[in-house]
Design a protein around this ligand. Structure first.
Ligand code: FES
Length: 138
């Protein structure tokens, strides 16, 4: 009899989750240069602080990015994973959305296809979806 280990495949998929956070969103510009801390950097700090106690912190790394081309809808984050729908969210308020973003990321992690119905998403992420991109190869 041959034993087939299928868990290796699913573990591979689970470890490929990433929360992208634009650190340039809501920047203040003076004379062509960014000044002070941007809204995106503040949001990133809040997310990283909260993620210290997040049960998925090792499986769902936070990755800062320079821009996701949705600059007029700041702040912007994206959820992506191997084999799942990719979501780009905008219009996120710096001060009170970090816990909602991690809650939504937890929902995303628990769904095999990554689909996030409107009715189940945290309030801060019910609006402001900028992109919903199907997984590759389906
Ligand atoms: S500056 Fe954040 S998406 Fe471009």
């Amino acid at each position: 009899m041959t034993a087939v280990n299928i868990s290796a495949t699913s573990n591979l998929g689970e470890s490929s989750h990433t929360l992208f956070v634009c650190k340039t969103c809501a920047s203040v510009w003076q004379d062509g240069k960014r000044v002070g801390e941007s809204g995106g950097e503040k949001l990133l700090q809040k997310l990283e602080f909260l993620a210290q106690d997040w049960e998925l912190r090792d499986q769902f790394p936070i990755q800062q990015v320079e821009c996701m081309s949705a600059c007029n809808r700041s702040c912007v984050v994206a959820l992506a994973a191997q084999g799942k729908t990719t979501y780009l969210f905008g219009d996120l308020a710096v001060d009170d959305c970090a816990s909602a973003v991690l809650e939504c990321a937890s929902q995303y992690y628990s769904k095999p296809d990554g689909l996030l119905p409107w009715s189940e998403r945290p309030t801060a992420l019910k609006k402001g979806i900028l992109a919903k991109i199907p997984p590759i190869g389906r």
